[in-house]
Ligand binder design. Structure first.
Ligand SMILES: [Fe+2]
Length: 311
């Protein structure tokens, strides 16, 4: 299959969420991992990045955990221009071995987690529309590069992601050994749901105790890339914040279309790592085989990604 060529498109044509001809073509050709056609970004795309970055900076200083702040400094992101993944990786890779890897869109659950195991981070390269800075129909490069990647510069956090990827592998191995097909689908559905909930309430929306101030700071990327929710998650009296408990997290449904009313707190990344260990232990003991129904719904493609994974 031929890859999509950057030179087939007009420079500056734009790489905007839902309006990126390069991405559409790549998807039509069934490509998942792609190049980043940097010349195709429009001036409007660069300007959107600049505006998003400028308004987040003071919020990060106030509400982001110290590892993230150090990560932002270490990555040397350009506040004025869209990030070039190649440049990001020059700073990121020597620190933890992680690399941002451009993708054309959705990556099925198993492949996504397995990328983490290999220290690759599937990265969206389009950016939200200029007139909708706060509205995110799907992840974009601001969420992925300025929300996730700074965390990947931290060794303990990076090791936790790898451990999570190993956990997904254990799940696929376990589920593939089940002979009864109906039981196999039922069980893998429950395990993926548990893993997705864990990922959501930690990697995407986690809070951490801050030893310096005695308060809370955000480490979840969904929080760190949202101007409104970053302040809300720490300041709002409407948010319930509890110590992270595995039995709760894996059974707790979530909705993605509004600010989160319930968040979980970890003590440190060592604590988070130990929770992933425990998650795998529970999985092996069968404790994730019957988690509470509800969101997120596991689609056919995610199920197949686990059952057909080459493990
Ligand atoms: Fe994310």
């Amino acid at each position: 299959m031929a890859s999509v060529l950057e030179s087939d498109f007009t420079p500056g044509i734009g790489m905007t969420t839902t309006e990126a001809p390069y991405i559409e073509k790549a998807r039509t050709q069934g490509e998942v991992f792609i190049d980043q056609p940097y010349s195709l970004y429009s001036e409007e795309n660069h300007d959107t990045w600049k505006r998003l970055y400028a308004r987040m900076l003071p919020h990060w200083e106030k509400y982001a955990n110290e590892h993230f702040i150090r990560g932002i400094e270490n990555l040397c992101l350009d506040p004025e221009r869209m990030p070039r993944l190649e440049d990001v990786n020059k700073f990121l890779n020597p620190l933890t071995g992680f690399k941002a890897k451009a993708v054309a869109g959705y990556v099925p659950a198993y492949q996504f987690f397995d990328c983490l195991r290999n220290r690759d981070f599937p990265t969206t390269i389009t950016i939200r529309k200029a007139e909708k800075l706060d509205y995110l129909p799907e992840p974009d490069i601001f969420h992925d590069i300025s929300g996730h990647v700074p965390m990947h510069t931290d060794k303990a956090f990076a090791d936790t992601l790898v451990r999570f990827g190993e956990c997904a592998r254990t799940a696929a191995q376990m589920c593939q050994e089940i002979k009864d097909k109906d039981e196999q689908v039922r069980r893998v559905d429950s395990i993926i749901k548990a893993m997705a909930r864990f990922f959501w309430f930690t990697i995407e929306f986690g809070l951490m105790k801050d030893s310096a101030s005695g308060g809370l700071k955000a480490y979840g990327s969904g929080l760190l890339s949202s101007y409104g929710e970053l302040e809300y998650c720490i300041e709002s009296p409407d948010v319930q914040r509890y110590p992270c408990q595995l039995e709760w997290v894996v059974n707790q449904y979530f909705e993605i279309d509004h600010y989160q009313p319930l968040l979980f707190i970890v003590d440190s990344f060592d604590h988070l790592f130990s929770l992933v260990d425990e998650l795998e232990k529970w999985m092996l003991e069968g404790k994730l085989n019957n988690v509470a129904p509800g969101e997120p719904l596991v689609n056919e493609e995610d199920l197949r990604s686990f059952l057909e994974a080459n493990v």
